[in-house]
Design a protein around this ligand. Structure first.
Ligand code: UT7
Length: 329
């Protein structure tokens, strides 16, 4: 038997219906549509509204649509990894809730917290489970309800993020396609620039943490920007070159959608033309773990079997990385 590869055999995205435009934000904080568009590339984002709806309310339709596209039953899934920093609850894992609601009765799963790099960390993990021969069908779903941890009085953070989910199915194949290589990195010293102060075991919820808005995203944007712009560009270049490719060999860059300027810097370092870079930041903003599968879903009809694709992200932690995928269908 030849080497087993982990092929992406289906992709699907889900965003909630409610749109929040830059003009809506102008009414909440001291900002302008012009500032947001020119500094980030974002025009609008989606917000999940409704009592009792958490991340799983987006992950479930994303995964159900995925299975429908591929024509398989939920009971065929072996493992479901949910990448998120906005789980439904601290416990049980959101993956448990998703598996229950979709009827994935033969699957096990867990949540993975790597912020904006969550989808890449999940993809690399799922790939290894497939390559080991242990499992045949693994779902990776990246989902975040960022609106649940935003302070809509803080213009530094609330303008960037949105809600959404995206999922891929990984299946074993002996063809030379699928997840080919990955470079993933963490640097915990980046904690100070981007984190959520309260709600964990260091600072559990109290009147004081709520009053002081410590359950919202804290970000020093300029510092994160500096690390992101070099981190994401370098790692994308490294995974490309160590696989013997130049920009001419790469059909698509699928960058995390945090800031159009970070995306442009990465494409430029790889020597890629803008038309080979997937962009949907204008529609959805930064949906954290969902940006990359949402892009793949939006551009799915343009992908061809054998395309060389580089997925890249940078985010809280710090976490960052790039994955080389050969498209399988
Ligand atoms: O995905 C997770 C990882 N996160 C990222 O990758 C985000 C990386 N950072 C960024 O994308 C950018 O730093 C931001 C978009 C968050 C901010 O853009 P910036 O160009 O770095 O702006 P800045 O924070 O340096 O602020 C520049 C000016 C400041 O005013 P002064 O001090 O120059 O008078 C800010 O107070 O813009 C002001 N400002 C705003 N003005 C209007 C900051 N936020 C806003 C706003 N509207 N929303």
């Amino acid at each position: 038997m030849g080497k087993i590869n982990a092929a992406i055999t289906a992709v699907n995205g889900y965003v909630p219906e409610d749109v929040m435009t830059n003009f809506d934000l102008e009414k909440l904080v001291d900002t302008t549509d012009e500032w947001i568009r020119t500094r980030t590339g974002i025009e609008e984002r989606r917000i999940l509204r409704g009592e009792g709806k958490g991340a799983s309310a987006m992950a479930i339709p994303a995964v159900e649509g995925l299975l429908k596209k591929r024509g398989i039953k939920a009971s065929e899934i072996d493992l479901l990894i949910c990448s998120t920093v906005t789980p439904d609850y601290v416990f049980p894992a959101t993956s448990n809730i998703i598996c229950d609601k979709i009827g994935a009765v033969n699957a096990w799963g867990y949540d993975l917290a790597a912020a904006c790099s969550g989808f890449l960390f999940g993809l690399e993990t799922g790939r290894r489970f497939i390559e080991s021969g242990a499992y045949k069908k693994v779902v990776i779903v990246g989902v975040d309800k960022m609106s649940s941890i935003l302070d809509y009085e803080d213009r530094n953070t609330c303008i960037i993020f949105g809600d959404g989910a995206g999922a891929v199915l990984l299946e074993s194949t002996e063809e030379e396609v699928g997840v080919m290589d990955a470079i993933l990195k963490v640097d915990g010293s980046g904690f100070e620039y981007l984190h959520q102060k309260a709600g964990g075991s260091v600072l559990p919820a109290s009147h004081e943490t709520v009053e002081n808005k410590l359950h919202s995203v804290y970000q020093e944007g300029k510092s994160v920007f500096k690390f992101a712009v070099t981190g994401m560009a370098d790692v994308s270049y490294d995974v490309m070159t160590r696989n013997g490719m130049t920009g001419d060999d790469v059909q698509w860059l699928v960058p995390h959608q945090a800031n159009k300027r970070i995306i442009d810097a990465t494409a430029s370092r790889m020597n890629l033309a803008p038309e080979r870079v997937m962009i949907n930041i204008h529609k959805y903003g930064n949906t954290t773990a969902a940006t990359i599968p949402l892009c793949l879903s939006d551009y799915e009809s343009q992908l061809k079997k054998g395309d060389n694709i580089i997925l890249a992200a940078f985010g809280g932690g710090f976490t960052w990385g790039a994955i080389y995928v050969k498209w399988a269908y």
